[in-house]
Design a protein around this ligand. Structure first.
Ligand code: ZN
Length: 343
């Protein structure tokens, strides 16, 4: 019953809004005010503005108030002329002559009521910029664009850098997730993994939470059957208990010369840091040195291209998880993911 009532109320509210707009459009303001003197007029290169308040005057002398912009939502205008006027009190003011997209609403408006509209780059220009930058590595030229470009072309950035909005907005509050670790055995690894990201990003993105106050849990799970040592399911992170409890894992199961290059503790730090990378919005890459490396693209939600062997091998022969190291590429992707609003 409650639901039905709400729907009816919503409908009524919607009707009222529609009616209000119709009335305003039928009755533009047309009050007279005392005239100003036009001191100078100059044409300006076409610039797009938004205005949601102030009056639009029908004449350069500002005697005809045509529209109260408060009644029109956010109108988008192109400005083509700039006027300097002298008011009856002797003060000068700058007005712009503007026309809305349909050319139906036009007139003179005080410049202070206008805010410049950010115009996004074209998709083609974005793709060109990405193509000029290193593969899978959003260097500064990719990360210092106007915000409107990331909003408009989010999908293009996702695909170019294998990033995706994996985590619910509730996980990162003020760009921080607080982590609860019910299994104390995992604490040291979680803290090491958190520190790696916090240090690399030079900000506290991960903090330790409590049982009653946290946004992300990291606990043991069973991954042997499904073939994972670490898993992020979009809500929580799990670490495979059987492999974790096996002190010989993973070294005893690899080539001894590789196993000699890292420790078991380092491996579990890396597994958790890798899963934290997923929470930030990072999917796998094919670069072996990356913390976010995977041997193939099969498990990826988003992939710029398919890989079945490393796109590039690491110098050590170890992958980023075994090295428990955040590469420059990992870091730049995490910075891009922040810009895209994923954490
Ligand atoms: Zn992964």
């Amino acid at each position: 019953m409650k639901q039905l009532k709400e729907r009816v109320l919503l409908l009524a509210a919607g009707m009222f809004t529609a009616g209000a707009i119709a009335i305003n459009q039928a009755n533009p303001v047309d009050a007279k005010t005392s005239a100003v003197k036009v001191v100078s007029v100059s044409s300006i290169s076409k610039t797009t503005y938004q205005a949601s308040k102030g009056y639009l005057y029908g004449d350069a002398q500002l005697t005809q108030k045509r529209y109260n912009l408060r009644n029109y939502g956010k109108l988008v205008f192109d400005a083509s002329k700039r006027l300097t006027v002298k008011k009856p009190n002797g003060k000068q003011a700058i007005y712009y002559y503007v026309t809305n997209k349909s050319s139906k609403i036009k007139g003179y408006i005080w410049h202070g009521y206008l805010t410049k509209v950010q115009v996004p780059m074209s998709e083609k220009a974005i793709v060109k910029l990405i193509d000029q930058a290193p593969d899978m590595n959003p260097v500064e030229s990719i990360r210092d664009l106007k915000p409107i470009n990331y909003e408009t072309h989010e999908a293009a950035f996702d695909l170019a850098y294998n990033v995706f909005h994996f985590s619910p907005a509730s996980m990162f509050r003020d760009n921080q997730a607080s982590i609860y670790v019910p299994d104390s055995e995992l604490s040291q690894h979680v803290q090491a993994a958190m520190a790696k990201w916090n240090t690399a990003l030079d900000t506290t993105v991960f903090t330790l939470g409590t049982k009653t106050n946290h946004t992300l849990t990291i606990s043991f799970g069973n991954g042997v059957k499904e073939g994972w040592d670490g898993l992020y399911d979009g809500k929580a992170i799990y670490v495979d208990k059987a492999h974790y409890r096996d002190a010989q894992y993973p070294g005893a199961y690899m080539k001894p010369e590789l196993a000699a290059k890292f420790t078991t503790d380092q491996y579990w730090d890396g597994v958790i840091a890798h899963e934290l990378g997923h929470t930030l919005g990072l999917d796998h890459t094919g670069y072996q040195e990356d913390l976010m490396y995977a041997p193939n693209s099969m498990g990826n939600v988003i992939a710029k291209y398919i890989w079945k062997k490393p796109v590039a091998k690491s110098a050590t022969g170890l992958d980023g998880t075994e090295m428990a190291a955040i590469s420059e590429r990992d870091l730049n992707r995490a910075k891009l993911a922040k810009i895209l609003g994923y954490w």
